[in-house]
Design a protein around this ligand. Structure first.
Ligand SMILES: Cc1cc2nc3c(=O)[nH]c(=O)nc-3n(C[C@H](O)[C@H](O)[C@H](O)COP(=O)(O)O)c2cc1C
Length: 188
């Protein structure tokens, strides 16, 4: 039994649907299948999707990585796959997680800014940049929280529906109403 790791870049062929909440539906389906299949053979890694591009990292038993990659290569939801890393691995470097999904989070934006890149184009990443991306996946805590970058921005900017004063007023009004109902009830 020997371990290996593999990373590739590709271009999505689908028209990304803008979603107000959660993950782009095509990507959500890919993630569902990946988690189901990869979990079975202890394949771990991460998937980035942004600017219509994918970057995926996989590590596990050589046979499982290669079989999975063969299926992935035939998938019509992406094209122009470029293998960035394909090499043996001495020991696993991920905790047991079948497939992290890393949206274009602030971390990735910072990575792009640090390297003077204006968009997410993993096909042109150097090997050092690939390693940095893998490290971001490793450190990502976003696996459970599937928000995308744009949504995170909207949430940050969205003002509270009510100001603190308005909220206090509403609570006082609700308490008065309850009190009045109580008083009316006791008079009957
Ligand atoms: C960008 C991308 C990444 C994918 N990653 C995985 C993966 O990690 N594991 C996996 O089993 N399938 C992955 N798939 C899906 C496979 O191409 C294929 O549809 C799937 O493995 C078929 O599994 P099923 O026979 O269980 O439906 C990916 C597809 C795309 C487009």
């Amino acid at each position: 039994m020997s371990l290996m790791r593999l990373a590739y870049a590709s271009e999505a062929t689908f028209e990304a649907k803008s979603v107000e909440k959660g993950v782009e539906p095509h990507v959500a389906r890919i993630l569902m299948t990946s988690r189901r299949n990869n979990g079975k053979c202890q394949l771990v890694g991460g998937l980035y999707y942004g600017d219509n591009r994918f970057f995926q990292y996989l590590e596990g038993e050589e046979k499982d990585v290669l079989e999975t990659y063969q299926r992935i290569q035939k998938d019509s939801r992406h094209k122009n796959l470029i293998t960035l890393i394909e090499e043996p691995l001495e020991a696993r470097t991920f905790e047991n997680w079948s497939m992290k999904y890393v949206p274009l989070s602030r971390d990735v934006r910072r990575f792009l800014d640090d390297h003077g890149l204006d968009r997410f184009d993993p096909a042109s990443f150097s090997s050092g940049q690939c390693e940095e991306m893998i490290e971001l996946i490793r450190n990502s805590s976003q696996d459970q929280k599937l928000v995308n970058y744009d949504e995170a921005k909207t949430i940050e900017k969205r003002p509270n529906a009510f100001s603190v004063g308005q909220r206090t007023g509403l609570i006082v009004a609700a308490l008065c109403l309850v009190g009045a109902l109580f008083a009316a009830g006791s008079m009957l």
